[in-house]
Write a protein that binds this ligand. Structure first.
Ligand SMILES: NC(=O)c1ccc[n+]([C@@H]2O[C@H](COP(=O)([O-])OP(=O)(O)OC[C@H]3O[C@@H](n4cnc5c(N)ncnc54)[C@H](O)[C@@H]3O)[C@@H](O)[C@H]2O)c1
Ligand SMILES: *[C@@H]1O[C@H](CO)[C@@H](O)[C@H](O)[C@H]1NC(C)=O
Length: 317
């Protein structure tokens, strides 16, 4: 790898996540070649990103040390995969969440790049051993799973294929850190990785409590946004427990462990999200926030504005 090759990253797929990755990598000073198999799509994406980056600069939330103009100069769009991959040391795939599509993309990519190029997928739900099954040399493959929107929510789960080299995990970890993301390593692959497994546990219990008539949809959301979530933006469940007993986590478990187990044993089976009475949960949500485009996009804008504020607060702390 020559030093100029070290600076080029190819992003495949220019949808929501591809654009965000491109902006994150450009903010770290990397040249980003954005490819999409829909002709013109990658170029449109860059036009869109230009607007976003200018706005981010105006509100002082542009990431990295370069100006919006400098970052934009690092972006290029490509309708030809071979051309898009030329010179890259790292490939971040962001195409549709479809196993066959991803398998074929990586098979094609492998034909066009050298053995030392790292192949990384953004998949949220597919394990690496499935995504990379058509790749010959899987020792340089991994999943780098972002959280939407990656520009404000910086966590990235790094999930190895059973054959992934430790050195590949290490280089990806360094790259993610360098561009300002917060990587975490999984030691092996598991369905749902970690973020979606924890999220599923929260979804299941929240759903059950509403469906069993214990609490309203509005109030269970407040339990998170005004209760647990207040801490979780800064300290996780482990540190929360560690701080909540005079002598830390061991002490916490001595005091509260049995109670936690008792409650856990009372959790019901996996909720049936498709049953007839599940509809009442959905309806209750839609009464609070109607599920039409106008209401939903207003709430999405609010979410992103608040996340930007939180990202700013975390940056200063
Ligand atoms: N949206 C999220 O919240 C989120 C969060 C984390 C991870 N992800 C993952 O990121 C990936 C992309 O999701 P998204 O929301 O950006 O989807 P999207 O539909 O917005 O974008 C997908 C893009 O890929 C392009 N594409 C499709 N097939 C292609 C191919 N063969 N070659 C090149 N480009 C191709 C499409 O034209 C489109 O522009 C998915 O695997 C998804 O699971 C999404
Ligand atoms: C497979 O990829 C790894 C990591 O890039 C590399 O070290 C190794 O030489 C490659 N194997 C072959 C057979 O080319």
């Amino acid at each position: 790898m020559s030093s100029s090759n070290m600076k080029i990253i190819t992003v495949i797929g220019s949808g929501l996540i591809g654009r965000s990755w491109a902006m994150v990598f450009a903010s770290g000073g990397y040249s980003v070649k954005l490819y999409d198999n829909q002709p013109g799509q990658a170029a449109n994406a860059i036009t869109e990103m230009k607007k976003q980056m200018t706005e981010l600069q105006e509100v002082g939330m542009l990431r990295g040390h370069l100006s919006a103009t400098q970052q934009l100069a690092l972006l290029s769009s490509h309708d030809d995969l071979q051309q898009a991959l030329r010179g890259a040391f790292f490939v971040q795939e962001c195409v549709f969440e479809n196993l066959e599509v991803k398998q074929n993309v990586f098979r094609e990519v492998e034909r066009l790049v050298g053995e030392d190029v790292i192949l990384s997928s953004s998949t949220s739900c597919l394990v690496p051993s499935a995504v990379f099954s058509l790749v010959r040399n899987r020792s340089r493959c991994l999943v780098s799973h972002p959280v939407n929107p990656p520009y404000y929510v910086k966590l990235v789960e790094l999930v190895p294929h059973p054959e992934t080299l430790a050195a590949i995990m290490d280089s990806t970890y360094s790259l993610m850190t360098e561009v300002g993301q917060v990587p975490v390593r999984l030691r092996k692959e598991i369905d749902g990785f970690t973020i979606n497994r924890v999220q599923a546990a929260i979804i299941a219990e929240s759903w059950r409590l509403v469906q069993d008539g214990i609490i309203s949809v509005q109030d269970i959301d407040l339990v998170m946004s005004e209760g647990l979530g207040m801490r979780y933006a800064f300290i996780g469940p482990m540190e929360t427990m560690h701080l909540n007993a005079p002598e830390g986590l061991g002490d916490y478990m001595k005091r509260y462990g049995e109670g936690v187990q008792r409650v856990l044993r009372s959790f019901g089976p996996v909720p049936d999200f498709f049953a007839e009475d599940a509809k009442s949960v959905v309806n209750e949500m839609c009464e609070l926030i109607p599920n039409d485009e106008q209401h939903l996009s207003a709430r999405r804008e609010r979410r992103d504005r608040l996340l930007m504020g939180l990202a700013r607060l975390k940056k200063d702390n």
